[in-house]
Design a protein around this ligand. Sequence first.
Ligand code: FFO
Length: 273
Amino acid sequence: MKQYLDLMRHVYENGVDKEDRTGTGTRSVFGYQMRLDLKAGFPLVTTKKVHLRSIIHELIWFLRGETNIRYLKENGVSIWDEWADEAGNLGPVYGSQWRSWPTPDGRHIDQIEQVIHSLKTNPDSRRIIVSAWNVAEISHMALPPCHAFFQFYVAPADPRKGNNKPQLSCQLYQRSADIFLGVPFNIASYALLTMMVAQVCDMEAADFIHTFGDAHLYRNHFEQVELQLSREPRPLPMMTLNPSVTDIFAFKYEDFELTDYHPHPHIKAPVAV
Ligand code: FFO
């Protein structure tokens, strides 16, 4: 995926050196956008091996509305361990906001359900949005959302262009992005989500647009970054979803099949907490 390496190179060569909350130090750029064509292959980074298992389980966990790491631990996923309390809780993070955003009058809004409903009944809407950025609850979260706000967009089917179904795109605003460790996860996660939403709405996944606020490379990832920038991207793999799933909340780990993934070897790096 050339777009990812371009982002990494851009920040490495043009970013400003800046301190950060974790005390690690970063090189950072403010404002950047990538557009990925989901028909060109599944956007899983090929210049290092990326652990898709963790990404799929994390996404299923978000969609279950969970905010305790128990489900992740049961499935051998440890990417959220550093932020959980002794009981495994993270506070009202992604899953809670996506599925049960609390209203002032004591109800809860299922934003994912609403998005699916809007796509099916009013695909031209310009309000098909999910926000994890719940200002009133941020102080109770283990970490304020990094991928904070996303919107869906539908272009009508156009058989003359070979598009026999409506074309679903998704744009994400990510306020803070750890380019080496987090971004490959974030890209694959939203690409998957877009494909899943498209399938249950009988649409085709088109573009994923990834918009960044503070896009940074941690100083203790620079060696890994140089190694990765020296590698040649390989052809993208293919992702197939079990076509019998028609409910966004019914996807299981076994419903995802990745083929033709031939990445360069994994590159280890420490995560900033
Ligand atoms: N904190 C930091 N510093 N960077 C991030 O991207 C994020 N996240 C969330 C919340 N906290 C963050 C957690 N996401 C890895 C990948 C994604 C994470 C956290 C950690 C990681 O260590 N990946 C390794 C090992 C993979 C595995 O164990 O499966 C790797 O990819 O090599 C942003 O969403």
